[in-house]
Design a protein around this ligand. Sequence first.
Ligand code: KG4
Ligand code: ZN
Length: 330
Amino acid sequence: MGLDTSCDETAFGIIHDREVLANTVSSQIAHTKFGGVVPELAARNHMRVILPLLDSALAVAHKELTDIDLFCATYGPGLIGALLVGLSFIKSLSIVLKKPFVGVNHLEAHIYALHLEKENPEYPYLVLVVSGGHTELLLVKHPFLYETLGKTCDDACGEAFDKVAKLMHLPYPGGPYIEQYASQGRADAVPLPVPRPKGYSFSYSGLKTAVLYYTRDNPDYNRYDLAASFQMVAVEHLIQVVERAVIALNIRHLGIVGGVSVNTHLRKQFGELCSKLKVKLHIPDIGFCTDNGVMVAMAGAERFRKFGPSELTLDAISRERLDRIVGSKE
Ligand code: KG4
Ligand code: ZN
């Protein structure tokens, strides 16, 4: 069993080997009126839904709690209050049911969503994590051995989608709304700059500010055209950085994970890039791109096979570099 409460989704996953028995997610709509996640509200909402959601996950999987062999939860990175709810809950189940516990890094969990697919990426592979909290390019050399090639200097890609949506008075989380509006707009209508930070870094704050100035200077702007233009440039930035890394490192397998990888335009553009460069592209099924418990169960099970259980003293943490976690040593 995997549980993720790192942000505003309470999510249980139950797997048996690689077969998904349950993927039960409760997304908190309480944050919509604030235009972003309110940490304390997130923690309280996890508390409220965690027990009924556990029951639903078990019912969907046709399992009893006593059938679960391994209890896994995200310990970070994320919102501390939110993480503590899920982590303490899973630890308690592990203690009471006398079954092992494994703590999972949220980014590693997103990456393990790739291993649910029929065709797994071959090592070494490049992975782009694009979510609301992270935009990182990593080289996965072996299982659990990561090298961070670059990350965002400011906003994460999903965060930029959310902030631009907010500027356009669209609800939170904005990514899906931007995509929907973009499908009816012209991507060449609004000239926006493609960010060009150094090396394999990413940057979204300049693009976000360009959108802000555009909306201020053109109060009657067309929301469809602006959404399409922003989406094109936001994805083009990812494409440019990833293409450079693929060529320089002679990469054969590329994975894309995290909430933004749901985006159809992103999937299409990376599909084209990978055919051009003759690289095998791996993107999880839509249900495993945004936060879910299945990816936590998958990563936790693989960690358990290699490293055994985690200590019950494992604490929640708001930040952690993936190339510094247990196993990331040559
Ligand atoms: O991975 P995730 O569920 O949570 C984090 O770990 O952050 O990612 C959520 C992010 C949000 O910023 C959301 O706006 C974005 O993924 N997102 C999208 C789409 N669906 C979700 N961004 C662009 N297009 C989408 N269709
Ligand atoms: Zn996530």
